[in-house]
Design a protein around this ligand. Structure first.
Ligand code: ADP
Length: 439
């Protein structure tokens, strides 16, 4: 029937004009007689020389139904699979497109660190054509070969590194600074088959950093020279004011003596300013070696330095926890903590005695220390600006000072790659926090 022909075509079943011709088809396994006519079955069986299975009757009907529905199901499955493959391919193209057109440099390697893929970002940043670098060892484009070996071995064995700053060689033998995140590349069975590195060009940032360091250096040199040169004339002013006060006392009236006394006060304040400025500019210039010291030792030294200050003000210094040891410039640390603690003694209400607490928290990669006082507190809006040079919140009659102390503190912390900040409540006190990396 027409229906039968259609199904035969769909299922790829050979069609012949005469059913006896079926026996002539090479490689046929089975003939199923669906006509229900037993005569056809016996006729076929008689002529069957190739040993083809010939099935008739009810069995034929059952088998056919089975074959037919199975075949249909298979087809449906196959269509679904095809669709899934198309979708998967789309996804793959989509991801490849993202990788390819990312402005970041994306390079993958095998476990021998030979380059496997190299995206457009990499071509643009480094200047090589992909064809020229694929298959070559990544060390060819890595600036520091020893660092490369160590780093990549580590990544393959242990895992990822992120935001690692290093240099890559560009075409024409220059180099650029990059920030690299390198991870293991794994296959379906979780076996490491290479690495994938995603990097950003940070050359511009590095250049700015260098310029900033240079200009800071220049400024420090300038401050150093100026403050040094100011010392001599200041000494002259103070010297002659003293002579006037001593030797010409009788020739001067009360006002004259008062003005001279004020000149001497101003000269002494200027002397302190010059001394602090010199100190500030020295911090960047003179670096003492870093050694491992216990913070308790540092605090004992601070107590020694501030002994009279602590005693005169009846200040209590309470060290909360057993303090760790840190790698630091010991002299600068003593200076830094002396500044913080003398501020904690100084900025206290006149009718209170200073109570100062020192402690720390272990924060895995760094220590976070704090110096807490029961002083006058700092208004919210000034919490960050008090670290700026010459920034003072009070006049010198109320609380003396130069406004350089906290700038020195911050500078010392920065030189130790730490951070400093303060929290405060007016009238209740302030807590200065600073961090020091463990290594
Ligand atoms: P100085 O102490 O010479 O004035 P600093 O740089 O040490 O300069 O401090 C800047 C300003 O920050 C101080 O003038 C003061 O107003 C404020 N300050 C610093 N430490 C404290 C503190 N522990 N409590 C309250 N205010 C403080």
């Amino acid at each position: 029937s027409a229906q039968g022909l259609k199904i035969a075509k769909e299922l790829g079943i050979p069609i012949t004009l005469n059913y006896m011709d079926l026996l002539l088809i090479k490689g046929l396994d089975m003939i199923i007689n669906l006509t229900g006519d037993p005569l056809i079955t016996s006729e076929l069986e008689k002529e069957n020389k190739e040993g083809i299975d010939i099935l008739g009757g009810l069995g034929a009907r059952l088998l056919w139904d089975l074959v037919y529905t199975e075949k249909k199901r298979e087809e449906k499955l196959y269509k679904k699979l095809e669709l899934a493959v198309v979708k998967l391919n789309d996804m793959k193209n989509y991801l490849e497109n993202i990788l390819e057109h990312s402005a970041d440099m994306i390079i993958t390697t095998d476990t021998d660190m030979n380059i496997v893929s190299f995206n457009k970002g990499a071509e643009k940043i480094l200047g090589y054509k992909r064809e020229d670098v694929i298959g070559t060892d990544i060390k060819e484009i890595w600036f520091d070969k020893d660092e490369q070996r160590e780093l990549t071995e580590n990544v393959i064995k242990k895992g990822d590194v992120s935001s690692y700053e290093t240099r890559f060689v560009t075409k024409g033998d220059g180099y650029i600074y990059i920030s690299l995140t390198l991870s293991q590349l794994k296959d379906d069975s979780n076996k490491v088959i290479g690495t994938v590195g995603i990097s950003k060009d940070i050359t511009e940032k590095k250049k700015l950093e260098k310029e900033l360091i240079e200009s800071n250096q220049e400024l420090e040199n300038f401050v150093y020279t100026v403050s040094h040169d100011l010392k001599a004339p200041l000494r002259t002013i103070d010297g002659f004011a003293t002579i006037l006060l001593d030797d010409y006392k009788d020739k001067l009236d009360r006002d004259g003596r008062h003005y001279l006394a004020r000149i001497r006060n101003a000269a002494s304040h200027m002397g302190r300013l010059i001394r602090d400025l010199l100190e500030l500019s020295r911090i960047g210039k003179v670096a003492n070696p870093h050694t491992r010291v216990s913070v308790l030792d540092i605090l004992n030294k601070v107590k020694e330095v501030l002994r009279y200050n602590l005693e005169d003000n009846k200040a209590e210094l309470n060290i909360v926890s057993s303090l760790p040891s840190i790698r630091c410039d010991r002299v600068r640390m003593v200076q830094m903590l002396s500044n913080l603690i003398s501020n904690a003694i100084k900025f206290v209400d006149k009718n209170k005695t200073p109570k100062i607490e020192i402690g720390y928290k272990d924060k895995k990669t760094y220590y976070e220390f704090y110096v807490k006082d029961n002083g006058i507190g700092i208004e919210m809006e000034y919490l960050s600006s008090i670290f700026d040079i010459f920034h003072r919140l009070h006049n010198s009659e109320e609380y003396g000072g130069t406004g350089i102390g906290l700038t020195i503190v911050k500078r010392i912390i920065e030189l130790h790659n730490g951070n400093i900040w303060v929290k405060s409540k007016m009238g209740e006190g302030s807590t200065f926090y600073f961090t020091i990396p463990k290594d």
